[in-house]
Ligand binder design. Structure first.
Ligand code: FES
Length: 285
């Protein structure tokens, strides 16, 4: 038989298209599929592995969850519908906030939040104090000020505090509270470092610098409405950000009874002020 095959081979060296051998029959099932499909006998083992993995993951989660500072996670100040909500006041985590850093503000706590002190806060909040504290956007930052003793800052209620926007209504620099310059009767102590605008405490009217020369409502700093609960914790009431209420951040707010910018004729605000040079510069005449 072997000899017969060798002899016939030369005649088939140049096969024509019609003389190609038939292809081998296709296998009934691809071999790969047979390898990838788990056998019925292995399925219970995979189920046990999945269960054990789940138990291990749950154990790891329960171990970590103990150390998460859940107290720092507050509810957001804005609902899904976009409405502002009442928000407990917590000082940003910031070295500038001293011993008040990261603390809930309580009106009875005269040690952590003493009269003539100030702290940086965030409103609206994201619901995460750490994220809020790291947020550099001054349009959500406010200077919480506990008034000097002369202005009843020792009162253990919300009237002892004001919260001013950190955005100057002149050109959007960030004013700061200077506890050394609470000159009565003007209390010119919320000052912008860029061009010298000074906002009066506690109503936020600008009494010096370029902001004081702008027409209402562009001559007063926006502020938050504050309240305290029975335990003394301070809250921000849902603001109305328009010029007739809490103001528009970076734009201004109407102060009741103020219908025009201050002029040198309004000197009662400025007597004894250390800013007479600035006043003369920006209030000519
Ligand atoms: S930006 Fe504040 S005084 Fe100009």
């Amino acid at each position: 038989m072997a000899e017969q095959t060798d002899k016939e081979a030369p005649a088939e060296a140049k096969p024509s298209a019609t003389s190609l051998p038939n292809p081998p029959p296709l296998p009934l099932r691809a071999p790969q599929a047979a390898v990838l499909s788990p056998s019925p006998s292995r399925q219970p083992k995979a189920g046990r592995r999945g269960f054990l993995k789940g138990v291990l993951a749950l154990g790891a989660f329960l171990t970590v969850v103990t150390f998460v500072p859940w107290g720092q996670y507050l509810s957001s100040s804005v609902t899904h519908a976009g409405a502002y909500t009442r928000q407990k006041v917590v000082a940003d985590i910031n070295p500038l906030n001293g011993s008040g850093s990261g603390k809930t503000v309580n009106v009875s706590d005269l040690t952590t939040f003493p009269p003539n002190g100030s702290w940086l806060i965030t409103y609206p909040t994201s619901g995460d104090l750490t994220l809020d504290s790291q947020n550099p956007d001054t349009f959500v930052k406010w200077q919480l000020i506990r008034l000097p003793e002369q202005l009843k800052g020792g009162s253990k209620d919300a009237s002892a505090f004001v919260a001013f926007s950190k955005v100057c209504v002149h050109l959007w620099c960030s004013p700061n509270y200077d506890p050394e310059k609470t000159t009565l009767p003007a209390n010119e102590s919320y000052q912008c470092p860029c061009h010298g605008s000074i906002y009066r405490v506690p109503d936020g009217l600008s009494v010096a610098g370029p902001a004081s020369l702008q027409s209402p409502p562009n001559n007063a700093i926006p502020l938050l409405t504050l309240s305290a609960d029975a335990a003394g914790d301070l809250y921000v009431e849902p603001p109305v950000f328009d010029v007739n209420h809490n103001g528009v951040v970076g734009y201004g707010r109407y102060v009741p009874g103020v219908t025009e910018p201050l002029t040198p004729a309004d000197e009662p605000y400025k007597q004894g002020s250390p800013y007479t040079t600035i006043d003369a510069k920006f209030n000519p005449g």
